[in-house]
Design a protein around this ligand. Sequence first.
Ligand code: MN
Length: 429
Amino acid sequence: MTTSSSDRINATHDPALRSWVASANTEATDFPIQNLPFGSFRRAGTSEPLRIGVAIGDQALDLKAVGLITTDDMNVLMAMSAAGRQALRAAISEGLREGSAKQAEWQCALLAQSALEMAVPCRIGDYTDFYTGVHHATTVGKLFRPDAPLLPNYKWVPIGYHGRASSIGVSGQAFHRPLGQTKGPNEDVPSLRPSHRLDYELELGIFMGRGNALGEPVKLDDAESHAFGMVLLNDWSARDVQAWEYQPLGPFLAKNFASTISPWMVTMEALAPFRVPFVRAAEDPQPLPYLDSAANRQQGGVDVHLEVWLQTQTMRDAGQGPQRLSQSNYCDAYWTVAQMITHHTVNGCNLQSGDLLGSGTQSGAMPEQAGSLLELSAGGKKALTLANGETRTFLEDGDSVTLRAHCMRSGYRRIGFGECQGEVLAARS
Ligand code: MN
């Protein structure tokens, strides 16, 4: 017996709910009472231990201070059963509602988000990046193989590689342009130099909750009970390094110098109203039986609107805000969250609480919906002209990239993911 998304929609999703935290009731907030994403933080400028809390409007509620949790360890919290997670969400929602008797007591456990230093929300043991953006895979494949852009395995097996967890940082991450070994098409030998084809990738990250024991695969209809929630993920990529190093074992140093995530984990419970059917085109191979189920077909997708914004150093100096480069939607992904989890564990591989799965770059079908500069600039051949007249093929020093996302559906409150921002600094001299 599996749970459909309509079973999972409950009183915590009621669009009429309002919070006694006034900023949670504004139209523009990403964090109304229907969202309640989890994060780790301390008061900025202190070295206090990290606290666990949920975002509500422009505030954060310290969950231990209000007695709703006893652990300081996010990985322990994330490993809770699905029923435990739902009960915690219900208790937070009730306490934050207008008219709650908890208001006087809980008010003291609120901290302004503007006064917080956010941390990577949990210990990320392992990080796997998938490649579920079929439009991205097709466009990038075309740059190398115009006649056969997708490799023959793409439509059968969820492609991924094991990435590196240690260099994952939270929004606000700034990093030096990486050095790497590259070889231009007209060069006889490679050399070590700063990457000159530095790119971003618009992705979602799925944080694992309850793990599976080594040797025990997770069945498709159980898979989502092992997922805790989702964040934005910028998988910064050095395309010139990648092109030279990737064969035959895949990405290595082109990807592991920095990856940036948004700090608030939007839970699978919060996403329940935004589930959509997973549709595999009739002319494509249908998923093998272990990657197929009625529940996955009915509601395996998630309707998440995604955006990339760029602010150059010149824009910042002129007091200009960021410019939107592209928009896409996660419902275009070729494989679902459940299919990624089930495929990852089908050989018995154990996923653990706090592991991170990247969705792969999420590009739409139209060229302007591309989730990377590699696509938007046609492999660096066609420069983008920005509103202030600057041009870009790849990222330049001082460029700040911000990913944003939100979910909207008629009859439900809009929820957002907050920001995933990062900045490119000059290479170390
Ligand atoms: Mn990626």
